[in-house]
Design a protein around this ligand. Structure first.
Ligand SMILES: Nc1ncnc2c1ncn2[C@@H]1O[C@H](COP(=O)(O)OP(=O)(O)O)[C@@H](O)[C@H]1O
Ligand SMILES: [Mg+2]
Length: 251
């Protein structure tokens, strides 16, 4: 499998008195689609934020491309972040920029491409998330929640990052758009060999895209395995979560 592109060792995170992550260990390999599932409040977003250095661990370390990022300065982190894309759960966009400027942000900031070219690129990327050119010149405040989410996804993949982190990319989207986002994640691996870490509530999405799935419960990884291993989990907590996700009810 080669070297992991992401490695988390003995990660603990405390907010005040509350221990939110309790000794997380994982290794994610190049080109892998690694899905994190678990109930709300279990620590998924907190874990994802550690992978891009938005949060510093209370204890433990996070290596990206073999480099411990927990001790880096903001400038050094920015250099690594250029190789990563991140879809925030809240779909955070720059309110003062148009949709195409948000999507093309990487090119506007880090390349000398003329604005017209960047806009063209942005429109192409927007198509991949089922948005057409008519939204390109709108501002985020003029978009619905689902559209913001898709623009945020477009921005994350626009930078041609080697690692893309998605925090609930399909929540609030209709089933057809959700499946298109799934295809997008798969096609990024095919086209550019991108490594994806996807936090989701969506069991159908998890089972159809994941190479491996990690189940997090109250800040601990209860199981990491293939979709098949997760579906056939011996752990009753994992099984219940999977069955609820697939059939809507506990059987
Ligand atoms: N900045 C913070 N300060 C205090 N508590 C936080 C903070 N961020 C998250 N938490 C708490 O950590 C727990 C896990 O949150 P989160 O990682 O967002 O869960 P998930 O994404 O799985 O729903 C929650 O109980 C949440 O209230
Ligand atoms: Mg979350």
């Amino acid at each position: 499998m080669g070297k992991p592109v992401i490695e988390v060792r003995n990660l603990y995170k405390r907010f005040g008195e509350r221990v939110v992550l309790k000794g997380i260990n994982l290794a994610i390999y190049e080109g892998e689609i690694f899905v994190i599932i678990g109930g709300s409040g279990s620590g998924k977003s907190t874990l994802l934020k550690h992978l891009i250095g938005l949060l510093k661990p209370t204890e433990g370390c996070v290596c990206i491309f073999g480099r411990d990022i927990t001790k880096l300065s903001e400038e050094e982190l920015d250099e690594i972040r250029l190789k990563m894309g991140y879809v925030f759960q809240e779909g955070a966009l720059f309110d003062f920029l148009t949709v195409w400027e948000n999507v093309g942000f990487y090119y506007l900031e880090h390349t000398a491409l003329p604005k017209e070219e960047v806009r063209k690129k942005a429109v192409e990327i927007l198509k991949k998330v089922d948005l057409d050119e008519s939204v390109a010149d709108l501002y985020p405040s003029q978009l619905s929640g689902g559209m913001k989410k898709r623009v945020s996804t477009a921005r994350a993949i626009a930078g041609e990052g080697r690692i893309i982190l998605y925090d609930e990319p399909t929540s609030g989207l209709d089933p057809i758009t959700s499946r298109n986002i799934d295809h997008l994640i798969l096609s990024l691996r095919e086209r550019v060999g991108a490594t994806s870490v996807v936090v989701t509530h969506d069991m159908i999405s998890a089972l159809s895209i994941a190479d491996r799935i990690a189940f997090i419960y109250k800040g601990e990884l209860l199981q990491v395995g293939t979709p098949e291993e997760i579906v056939n989990s011996p752990n009753p907590i994992v099984r219940e979560f999977v069955e609820k996700g697939l059939y809507g009810v506990k059987r």
